[in-house]
Design a protein around this ligand. Structure first.
Ligand code: UDP
Ligand code: MN
Length: 274
């Protein structure tokens, strides 16, 4: 049974990140997600991409930084570097939903992850670079205007120790590493694909049970070249770090070719008929 008061949520502030959001949304559909699919966009996102997004997501919601509450002006004037960070915090304003799972636009779902809705705020997986911090690419949260306000206040008062949402969220939900093991999501819900793991036997043992892959870092799947003929990304220069990463990239591109590119074609044909 679909659950209409819970949602998977992602964010795209430009047309490039929309490509990631589209593949993520499609991967959730392919694995029969039973919650609503929501994408937050900012005014920079083009009309074409909004139409494409609406073919995959149940809701495309514009979050407009300028029109929003005063906290945001405040934070922006003082700390312009927090731009994208504060945009992510907008997910707490989705109060029509009782619980949500946020996924970065550079994540890819490999199996059904509806069981994440059994968790409560604030649940996240450890960051591979500093495991006492959580990685903010995948998290379970409960929308609340009060929490949203407190987060923005925290941003204006303290900023973010890494200049991004992850530092801010870690200092706000600072008891995450010690308080409640239920709030530690298993690492397989946020496996960074491009980390050169120093514990390679563990990666050998558990890497293949990953449920969500996260392409964190500066090289995103859409930065690679892909050959539809071979079904493989082209490895050149500083290519993928391991065989798993190559197959995750190929998976991402396979979805893009099979399910996303045809949407653009369909929309173009519809336009020609009107
Ligand atoms: N994001 C965006 N536009 C940007 C940068 C980031 O929409 O220009 C969103 C997007 O959902 C992205 C998330 O913010 O997945 C976090 O950024 P990113 O994934 O690039 O950071 P990383 O995971 O590599 O640290
Ligand atoms: Mn990310």
């Amino acid at each position: 049974m679909p659950v209409s008061d819970q949602a998977f949520v992602t964010l795209a502030t430009n047309d490039v990140y929309c490509q990631g959001a589209l593949v993520l949304g499609q991967s959730l559909r392919d694995h029969r997600a039973t919650r609503r699919l929501v994408v937050l966009v900012t005014p920079q996102v083009s009309n074409l991409l909004r139409v494409v997004l609406s073919r995959v997501f149940d809701e495309v919601i514009e979050v407009n930084l300028i029109d929003s509450v005063d906290y945001i002006h405040l934070a922006f004037l003082k700390r312009p570097e927090l731009g994208v960070t504060l945009t992510k915090l907008h997910c707490w304003t989705l109060t029509r939903y009782s619980k949500c799972v946020f996924l970065d636009a550079d994540t890819l779902v490999l199996s059904n992850i509806d069981e994440l809705f059994n968790r409560t705020e604030f649940s996240a997986a450890p960051d591979p670079g500093w495991p006492d911090c959580f990685n903010s690419g995948v998290f379970v949260f409960q929308p609340s205007l009060e929490t949203h306000g407190l987060l923005l206040q925290h941003a204006t008062d303290h900023g973010s120790f890494d200049g991004a949402d992850q530092g801010l969220l870690n200092s706000f939900f600072s008891s995450w590493s010690t308080a409640d093991i239920q709030k530690h999501l298993p690492f397989i819900y946020n496996l960074s694909s491009n980390t050169a793991y120093t514990y390679s036997p563990a990666f050998q043992q558990f890497g293949s049970s990953a449920k969500v892959v996260h392409f964190l870092g500066s090289m995103k799947p859409w930065n690679y070249k892909y050959s539809p003929q071979t079904g493989s990304v082209l490895e050149e220069g500083s290519g993928p770090v391991n065989q798993h990463q190559t197959s995750f990239l190929n998976l991402w591109w396979g979805i893009y070719h099979r399910s996303i590119l045809p949407l653009y074609e369909n929309i173009r044909h519809e336009d020609e008929q009107t």
